[in-house]
Design a protein around this ligand. Sequence first.
Ligand code: IMP
Length: 427
Amino acid sequence: MSKKTCVIVGSQWGDEGKGKIVDYLASEFQAVVRYQGGNNAGHTVIVNGEKSVLHLLPSGIFSSNTCNVIAHGVVVEPAALVKEIEMIQSKGHSITSNNLCISSSATVITTYAKMLDLARENNADTQKIGTTGKGIGPSYEDKVARRAIRMGDLLDMTILKKKLEGLWKERAFVLLQLYGVKNIPRVEEEATKLFELGKKLAPFIREEIAILDKIAEQGGKVLYEGAQGVMLDVNFGTYPFVTSSNTTIGGVYTGSYVPGFTIDRVIGITKAYTTRVGEGAFPSELKNELGDSIQQKGNEVGATTGRKRRCGWLDLAQLKYAVKVSGITEIALTKIDILMNLGSLNVVMAYKYREQVYDRYHLGMNVEEIEPIVQSLAPLVGEIKASMSRSDLPKSVDAYLTLIEKELKIPVSFLAYGPDRTQTLKF
Ligand code: IMP
């Protein structure tokens, strides 16, 4: 059976290197579809030494024959998207209605949503999540409350104003009365700003289902690009320290459209160690010098917020859960170069939790109470070079991959050993 539909999911807490792998694979696909999240994501792609950080544009944008779709499950900040399109165009890459489609049903992130996100984070009485401050949570609230502005609404001033009236009333009340936020833009001001941005985005705003159906009818292949990671999923993640979308496989079906409804491959992008940014514990965290040195060597700094990411060992108990709940069929292991010649290597094999041993994370476990069961491994030594086959890899690296495969019961089919597109091995 030819494999036509492939999904990329982050298998940890985000920042696994999804953008790099999507860019690497994109030329094999006729469409790359972002299906959830918004500009809280930061997907770094390096092609021929040129680095670009994408927040909303799918990472297939550098492949000339690929159509990039921002599907209806995404929350879009129009100003951020216009800026990103112009930034990529200024580097000489073409973005036209031939290679970019923005779903007319995607949710708009309004100034009110952004203000509310920040007001909550800065308020001493509310639970701090450590959000990216981009208005993601309040925008998904607008969506499920059935009052969101959608991308198609930006093209009609009358509809836009009418919808904003309803939204403004409630948001302005909460912002001012509950959080003391002033300078809340009036409807007229917000509508004018969004309408002007809508004019710039108009050529790209369409209904994506017909586009994906046409690609499928012509025998084309579609790649779905997830943002964040399994453990940040609003349902399956370490709630409440999660994002507000479905980062797991279910998000593909609800946040976009899958012609034929069949997903053939789910690649779990997995960093060779673990990182987390924002609030919320993680079991394998290294709160010591080694954690700091991995942070520095791996340049573990948030691509969206510039915050330092906390680092720890690879956590197989967490990954077994991710594979299970997101239907992951293979692993793309990234940033192995950061662990090379580090002098030590540990891995979390299981958890002790409330006096019992578990081989994997279970939904609802209080992460603070998890005691990781750690195993020491032979440190990774040697050098990984272009075009190496699996059998050419340094022995310690091969052993690390073998352990991961044995525990997760799926193959490691890609190994990334540097940030550039070319520094990727396919087995
Ligand atoms: P929000 O998505 O901005 O609401 O943030 C909720 C949580 O998800 C916070 O802990 C963020 O740090 C985290 N988060 C959101 N997007 C990303 C990402 O792309 N990578 C890693 N963490 C993220």
